[in-house]
Design a protein around this ligand. Sequence first.
Ligand SMILES: *[C@@H]1O[C@H](CO)[C@@H](O)[C@H](O)[C@H]1NC(C)=O
Length: 410
Amino acid sequence: MHVAVFAFPFGCHALALINLVQKLARAAQETQFSFLNTEKSNNSIFSASIASLPDNIKTYNVADGVPQSHVFSGDPIERVELFIKETPKNFKMALETAVAETGQEISCLIADAFLSFSGSIAECLSIPWIPVWIPVPHSLSTHIYTDMIRQHYANSLGYGCSNSCGDGHDVELEEKTLEIPGLSELHIADFACRDTLVVNFYQELYPEPLLNDLKSKFSNLLNVGFISLSMPPPSLPPSTEDTTGCLSWLDSQKSKTVAYISFGTVVNIPRSEMEELAEALEESRIPFLWSLRENVRDCLPNGFLERTIMHGKVVPWAPQTQVLAHSSTGVFMTHCGANSVYESIANGVPMICRPFFADNKLNARLVADVWRIGERIDGGVFTKTGVARSLDLILQHEQGKKNSEQSPSH
Ligand SMILES: *[C@@H]1O[C@H](CO)[C@@H](O)[C@H](O)[C@H]1NC(C)=O
């Protein structure tokens, strides 16, 4: 048996998929797995958390479609578009290499559901095709019902503006998320209503109508839980083993007092918002651990790092799952990528959401309004007063919970 796996090399997609493949490879040791991904994404997922792969997984590079000496505009979608233009040619080439190297024809294709062209590759090869849906399943519905939603918007301008946003602003935003440049070229709806779909979610977390509807569309809906997480979360390693210093710094803080801040690897926060956020952290003196890429550090106010050294720590990368599992962490300020949200849920850490793009807005809505395990940032964007207010609200609530746990008589 030779299973080929096609990764979507952006956001947390590839990391989730390699985690699933590792579990499969350990369970099916006679099976050969070929994991096809771009070099950039391959490097980042292996530096993130994977120590060593089982012997029956081999990784193969797929061209990322970026022309030599290409100058990027800074828009994270650009990479996605270049990559999509290169599909399916790049995957077909890597597939040939995998077959040649292993001497085994492909017998099954597992693919990130965003790569809907993989369905026709499987069809050509007459092999089973198993798409994997990485974002929350709620967003799957928006793809299945795209036409209906478009029609609805066309028929009822002003929908969604019942509260404060009478200017139609929200409608515009919602439409944008339906037609994300690049992603719209993926024809995600193409794969809907087939047989099997693997979903990065727990059956128990669905609203019942959604579960029933998806079950009626996919005869084999496999909810495999949060793929990239072990549940329950594993116990923390000794802090001295963490070379980033995050865990030992957290050791020196009080229980549930620290704001952990990270917006993933893709999002670029506008400079003005970075400044507001930094000023709020500095003035509120709330302990914070900020995972901030080296190349955006110069957006911080002059002297910020020095002035906050007593109550804050800024690192280029943090072992996020472990940080969230640490007892000092009281709140997670996040862009609400699915993986970050799942890691926060797994560790019971409430969130402050500042969604930026793709599925972020939908996830933030689930966190704040449906699951009620966090708040949207006060005012929608980072402002000095909004950040301070949101942090106070959640951290005081956490402290209250802690106190009542400690003294149940009160
Ligand atoms: C993927 O990354 C790992 C770790 O950096 C490396 O060992 C492996 O050779 C890479 N695979 C490819 C195909 O580049």
